[in-house]
Ligand binder design. Structure first.
Ligand SMILES: C[S@@+](CC[C@H](N)C(=O)[O-])C[C@H]1O[C@@H](n2cnc3c(N)ncnc32)[C@H](O)[C@@H]1O
Length: 303
């Protein structure tokens, strides 16, 4: 049930950039691996504000808060960053990090309904205190819309065929049933990949609004930073990484103006700092790190 933190030292080094003091945000607490590493490196008068929308993660954070008064744990989506920080009365911060996606405890507990490897109720909500379960969502969605979700969020080539099989199956109660339906409908299994991998990823992204949350979060994270404050984001698949990459690109580049003078004031808010992949040693120890990318940006002085 533990979670091995990915790119742990790389992320903390990039976020702190030599500092040992300040206010930092961990937007995805999980089991607190990154938060704890940050706290270990920070002075007694520093603060870490951690977010997670999973009630189990929040409970672990609440316990850690009892042991370390520098930590504040917030049970909310990082898409609400600005509002939540305002409620806490926090000024600008020195760094914001996010380690996107699901945690190992979410995947490993059959009861959370994320896994095609173990049979459990078809849930898949990160915040299982509200919203539609995957079971309800699959019941309500039209076949064509489901096919679009499987194609866009799972990059599943056989989206139409799989969507048809899912809708024809009627009410699907468990992850095992869904995995079996997808498996039977899938004409071409990829090597080293369960045929339901892409469909499960797509449904999970859709019901948790993962890409919308990330799109909303990124500009709020930059606005929360002091000049020279750092943003560090770890992503695990190309859809997330593309959003982060495009955001950093857009915020760090002057528009193409041809012969026109550059706009005043300078519209750039950040500069690119780094793009880091896990070392081969980390990937061999923790296969979950295989597809990870860390992107780092820094708030500009004038912004
Ligand atoms: C990969 S885990 C983070 C692991 C953590 N860095 C650690 O070392 O333990 C991702 C976590 O982000 C949370 N999460 C995902 N999307 C979120 C969102 N929009 N708002 C808040 N938390 C979110 C998930 O519930 C999960 O616990």
């Amino acid at each position: 049930m533990s979670h091995i933190s990915v790119l742990l030292h790389e992320t903390i080094d990039a976020l702190l950039a030599g500092r040992t003091e300040g206010i930092y945000i961990d937007a995805t607490f999980g089991r607190g691996g990154h938060t704890q590493a940050l706290l270990n490196r920070l002075s007694a008068n520093s603060r870490v504000i951690a977010f997670d929308k999973d009630p189990q993660a929040q409970a672990v954070g609440a316990e850690l808060m009892q042991q370390d008064a520098r930590l504040t744990m917030v049970h909310a989506s990082f898409a609400e960053l600005t509002v939540q920080l305002a409620q806490l009365g926090t000024g600008l911060v020195d760094g914001v990090m996010a380690d996107l996606g699901v945690s190992s405890p979410q995947l490993d507990q059959a009861g959370r309904g994320f896994s095609f490897m173990q049979d459990g109720p078809l849930d898949m909500r990160m915040d299982n205190s509200k919203g539609l379960t995957a079971r309800q969502w699959l019941q309500d969605i039209e076949e064509e819309d489901l096919a679009n979700v499987l194609f866009q969020y799972g990059e599943e080539r056989y989206s139409r065929r799989i969507a048809r099989a899912i809708k024809q199956a009627g009410l699907i109660e468990t992850t095992g049933q869904l995995a079996q339906i997808v498996k039977e409908a899938h004409p071409k299994w990829e090597k080293h990949k369960h045929p339901a991998t892409r469909s499960f990823q797509a449904i999970r992204i859709a019901i948790n609004h993962e890409l919308d949350d990330l799109t909303n979060f990124l500009p709020q994270a930059v606005q929360a930073l002091k000049p020279q404050g750092r943003l560090a984001v770890i992503s695990f698949h190309s859809l997330e990484d593309r959003l982060v990459k495009q955001f950093i690109q857009q915020q760090s580049t002057l528009p193409e103006q041809g012969w026109l003078p550059q706009p005043e004031p300078d519209p750039r808010t950040i500069k690119k700092v780094a793009r880091i992949a896990p070392s081969p040693a980390e990937v061999s120890e923790n296969p979950r790190a295989r597809s990870a990318w860390l992107r780092v940006a820094e708030r500009l002085e004038h912004a």
